[in-house]
Each structure stands twice: as structure tokens, then as C-alpha cells.
Design a protein. Structure first.
Lengths: 345, 345
DNA sequence: ACCATGAATGTAATCGATTACATCGTGTAT
DNA sequence: ATACACGATGTAATCGATTACATTCATGGT
């Protein structure tokens, strides 16, 4: 007879090492019965149930989910891939995802990809190897694209960013229309010289918002000034400040600036202040997202509200739906945005 | 003979269902050999190794980590419990944790507890049931306290918040000294009427910073005005704004305000602006944390810098250390803070 | 009185890995 | 030539759950 092999990891003898077999022994029943009681599906006599529950109590038993998951091939973990956890926009979406996930008994595995395809791929492997049941991806559609081909059958959904050509459920907003609305608002204030501070065009939203900006100007019969269209590589404050400084250094500086994210816009405000321009008197500024801080700063930021919480909640629900019925149709949803007028423009 | 039972979860026949046994069959070797190749520890002939690797390639095999983790009793998941993911202070700490964890091949399971003991307990169960290898807790020391008794032997560390009486490794800063430094700075500017906007005193840092505030005033020979010491229930902007309004409505309003977090301080700035007070001319404001936005707003916020990134990195390293050698001594570490002078006070 | 019925519980196969121990060759010391 | 050591690989126990099928026993219909 081969002797027992000690388990490498769990050395100590503290609680938590109690298995279902120990409970069965203590209660004087079989493991199957214990499992039935614990999962509460099958019929078990009340008396037996009580014995089992008592044994659970006495031993301080807690289920080993690894074992359960191995057998049921489910981890009850939802992967969430975001380009940047520190960005308040994403943080709020993550909250929405988290709340829906928890309501349904799932935990969220939050991964910061830095919009890096390599990291994203390694996280996706968690899905392939079933360490996670499903995934929500907020990364640039361009990096999704590469993955989509090899992972079309995996249970994941896209949030904010998506490639309409890829058959994956998604939720987002109409970025083109929203951007046009922002620019139209500036036009309505009498501005004609409107700059765009756009982010990395690997992002779908960046390309769509640029289009909205161009459409709005074209509709107003205005020509595009290439030097008023800037692209920055990150969404942080410094990038916005630098872009603002660059615009103000132009021979013909714009009188209004549309920044595609509130973080950029806040940086813009700072950059304008640094070069002595007043907002909104000298230059009007409009942002995008309506993160919480936007209403707090001086001057309060005019912006386009994205329903961040709902975006997250919807993405989670879409994913849960897809997990429940794998064969179902894949809806793509657009949520409404809204212009929030404040003092900055 | 009992016939094969189909697995409930994995119904479809796509890739990812390839097991080590299938690889062994394909390569014409045993599962043990495949495992040895995959883990690269034991001696395997180069020729055999190649056969196995080829089979892995052909079948598109990916390891099922659930199975491996069940056997090795490790999940390579690190739990991180924070009171609020949306708070930029915590977001930056999480980044620090994440970077160290990933460097060591761990994934981070981020959990938003809302400082709620019930939720925290349910997350802690992930540890008990070995779904996570270790945990980092940023929740109030008061909620840690309850858990610590029943979980003293579990592998977790405390970050920012900790109960010195509980034998758990921790990393934080000297909140009392930092708060005293903030108040001393205000005193050095000539302020005598200094208010404190403190957060929920379930948090250790809140109690320690209050102490620092009191010590500094006492050392300066000033008496404490109870009506200048406010406690708010959340760290959001609105709470800060409301508190500022309340202070300014006093018959004897203070000339300086120390808020225990930058988010509160930003709210304070807004609240003061709303009631027509100028910063720093009428009222000086100092915050705490030095989150990124603090330098961007107008006026830029004077504050106490906490090394957020390092706090997270250190917490992760402490945890990894504890996992590596369970019996080791439990260090408690305090990281340096620093006063950042800007325009607000 | 007998058997079908079904409720309650037990037995053991199974998920997919790791790994202790067994086994099988082959080269080398005696 | 025999024995022994060692390198390479195979066999099967094991982690802790779920669950298909078997078994047991009481009840009710005829």
C-alpha cells in the first residue's frame, strides 16, 4: 500500500483544513448527504440536515471552493480589464460592475492592463484556463481586435470600447454625437476657433469624438485648423496642461477647447492659468465624462456626462446573461449621454 | 461499470478543454512526464521534452489552474480589501500592490468593502477557503480588530490602518506627527483659529490625526474649540463642502482649516468659494495625502504627502514575505510623510 | 401478503492536476 | 559476469468537492 502523501501547502493544523469528509464523519452520514445539505437542492430529512449543520458548526467547516470549482468548472470570478484603475472614470465603472457582480454571487478580479496588449493577453489566459468565468474588457478596441479573433468563443463583453465588426456584446455611448454636441455648445456661445485635445487614437472613442468634432465644425461651415487638433498620449493632468500651453503658444490661439476627458480638461484649466488666460473669459473649456471632481473645481467644468455607473452595471449584466445562455444573440447597447453646463464654457 | 459522467459546466467542444492526459496520449508518454516537463523541475530527456512540447502546441493545451491549485493548495491570488476603490488615494495604493504582485506572478483580487464589516468578513472567507493565498486589508482598524481575533493565523497584512496590539504585519505612516506638522505649518503662518475636519473615527488615522492636531495646538499654548472640530461620515467632496459651510456659519469662524484628506479639502475649497471666502486670504486650507489632483486645482492645495505607491508596494512585499516564511517575525513599518507647500495655506 | 413506488441516503467515479514510489534500462565498479 | 547505482519514465494515490447510479426501507395499492 502506498502511504499517504502530505499536502505541500497546508502545513499547519489550524481551522480551515476541515473537509467535507470530516463533517460527514462527525455527523455520521455520507459525504453525498453533506454536499446535498450544503447545496440545499436535493431532499434531505430535516433531522439529518440538522445533524450535518451541527457538525459544520462544531468543526468550523468552510467549503474549499477550489475543489468545488474544479468539479463544476466554474470559478465565480469575473475578470475586469481596464487601461488604468487610477482614472476616476474607470473607477466608477468598476464600481458599477462590482455591485452587479456581487449581487449575483460573483467576485471581481480587477486587472490594470495599461492598455498593453501583452498584459491583456496574459489576463485573458485566466479566462482560457477557466480561472475566471467571464471577462469585461475596457481596453482600446484596437487591442480587443487582436484578441477577438482567437477568443471569439470565450465569454466576454466589451465596455465603452468595442469593435462593431466583432461579434461580442458591448455597451457604450454614441461618442460621435456626444462630441458634436459639445462642440455645438461651444459654437452656440459664439466661439469659432475651437481646439480639440484628443487622446490616443488607438481608442475607438478618440476616433469617434474626433469625427464628432469635425462634423460639428463642418456643419457650421467652419474649416478645420490642423494645428488646433492635438493628440496626447495619456489622460493625466500634465498632458492636458502641456497641450493647453502648446495651443496658447500658437500665433492664432483658439478661444475654446474641447478636451475628450475631464482629467485632460482639468489639466487644461491648470495650463491656461499658468499662462495667464482666464476661463471662460479668454478661453472656454469643455470636458468629457463628468467625473465627480468636475463639479468641484474652480471654475466648475462644463462637460458631457457619461453614465459611468450604468455602463458598468450594464456590462456586468450583459456578461451574466451571456454566461447564463451561451448561445444567445449578442446585443450592442448605447446608453444616453448628457451635456452638463457649468461655468468653464 | 459506472458509465462516464459528463461535466456540467464545460459543454462545448472548443479548445481549452484539453487536459494533461490528452497531451500525454498525444505525446505517447505518461501524465507524470508531461507534468514534469510543464513544471521544469525534474529531469526529463531533451527528446521527450520536445515530444511533449510539440503535443502541447498541437493541442493548444493550457493548464487548468483550478486543478493545480487544488493539489498545491495555492491560488496565486492576492486579496486586496479597500474601503472605496473610487478614492484616488486608495487607487494609487492598489497600483503599488498590483505592480509588486504581478512581478511575483500573483493576480490581485480587488474588493471594495465600503468599510462594512459584513462585506469584509465575506471577503475574508476567500482566504479561509484558500481561494486566495493572502490578503491586504486597508479597512478601519476597528473592523480589522474583530477579524483579527478569529483570523490571527491567516496570511494577511494591514496597510495604512492597523491595530498595533494585533500581531499582524503592517505598513503605514506616523499620522500623529504628520497631522501635528500640518497644524504647525498653519501656526507658522500666524493662524491661531484652526479648525479640523476629521473623518469617521472608526479609522485609526482619524484618531491619530486628531491627536496630532490637539498636540500641536496644546504645544502652541492654544485652547481647543470644540465647535472647530468636525467629523464627517464620508470622504467625498460634498462632505468637505458642507463642513466648510458649517464652520463659516459659526459666530467665530476659524481662519484656517486642516482637512484629513485631500478629497475633503477640495470640497472645503468649493464650500468656501460658495460662501464667498477667498483662499488663502480669508481662510487657509491644508489637506492630506497629496493625490494627483491636489497640485492641479486653483488654488493648488497645500498638503501632507503620503507615499501611496510605496505603501502599496511595501504591503505587497510584506505579504509575499509572510507567505514565503510563515513563521517569521511580524514587522510593523512606518514610511515617511512630507509637507507639500502650495498656495492654499 | 406481495410488489411497485418513491423518499432518503450511500457508494464511488470524476474533475485535472502533482508527486511519492515503483519500475526499467544502462553504464560502471568489483 | 554480477551487482549496484542512477537516470528516465510510468503507476496510481491524492487534493475536496459534485453527482450519477445503487441501495435501503417504509408505504400504499391491489
Amino acid at each position: 500500500m502506498v502511504r499517504l502523501m502530505p499536502r505541500p501547502g497546508a502545513a499547519s493544523a489550524e481551522a480551515g483544513n476541515v473537509s467535507i469528509a470530516a463533517v460527514a464523519r462527525q455527523a455520521g452520514v455520507s459525504v453525498a448527504t453533506v454536499s446535498r445539505v450544503l447545496n440545499g437542492q436535493a431532499v434531505v430529512k430535516a433531522e439529518t440536515r440538522d445533524k450535518v449543520m451541527a457538525a459544520v458548526e462544531v468543526l468550523g467547516y468552510r467549503m474549499n471552493h477550489l475543489a468545488r470549482n474544479l468539479r463544476t468548472a466554474a470559478s465565480r470570478l469575473l475578470l475586469t480589464m481596464v487601461p488604468d484603475v487610477g482614472n476616476p472614470f474607470y473607477a466608477e465603472i468598476v464600481r458599477g460592475i462590482d455591485s452587479v457582480a456581487r449581487q449575483h454571487g460573483y467576485f471581481v478580479l480587477l486587472c490594470d492592463t495599461g492598455a498593453d496588449p501583452g498584459r491583456e493577453r496574459s489576463y485573458f489566459d485566466l479566462l482560457r484556463t477557466r480561472r475566471a468565468d467571464g471577462a469585461i474588457c475596457l481596453d482600446p478596441d484596437t487591442v480587443q481586435h487582436a484578441l477577438a479573433e482567437e477568443s471569439a468563443s470565450l465569454p466576454w463583453v466589451a465596455c465603452c470600447e468595442f469593435d462593431p465588426a466583432v461579434p461580442v456584446p458591448y455597451v457604450g455611448i454614441d461618442n460621435r454625437a456626444a462630441a458634436a454636441e459639445a462642440v455645438n455648445h461651444l459654437l452656440a456661445q459664439g466661439h469659432r476657433d475651437i481646439a480639440l485635445i484628443n487622446s490616443d487614437e488607438r481608442f475607438l472613442y478618440a476616433r469617434q469624438r474626433r469625427q464628432g468634432y469635425r462634423d460639428a465644425l463642418a456643419d457650421a461651415g467652419l474649416r478645420l485648423h490642423p494645428e488646433w487638433q492635438l493628440t496626447v498620449q495619456s489622460l493625466d493632468f500634465a498632458a492636458g496642461a502641456a497641450a493647453a500651453a502648446q495651443l496658447m503658444a500658437l500665433p492664432e490661439p483658439p478661444t475654446a477647447i474641447f478636451a475628450v476627458s475631464d482629467t485632460l480638461a482639468i489639466g487644461v484649466l491648470r495650463g491656461l492659468r499658468d499662462v495667464g488666460r482666464r476661463v471662460p473669459d479668454d478661453v472656454a473649456v469643455i470636458g468629457f465624462d463628468d467625473i465627480a471632481i468636475a463639479a468641484q473645481i474652480d471654475p466648475p467644468l462644463t462637460t458631457i456626462l457619461q453614465p459611468m455607473r450604468e455602463l458598468g452595471e450594464t456590462a456586468a449584466r450583459l456578461l451574466l446573461q451571456r454566461l447564463a445562455e451561451p448561445g444567445a444573440v449578442v446585443p450592442g447597447m448605447l446608453l444616453p449621454h448628457r451635456l452638463i453646463r457649468r461655468a468653464s464654457g
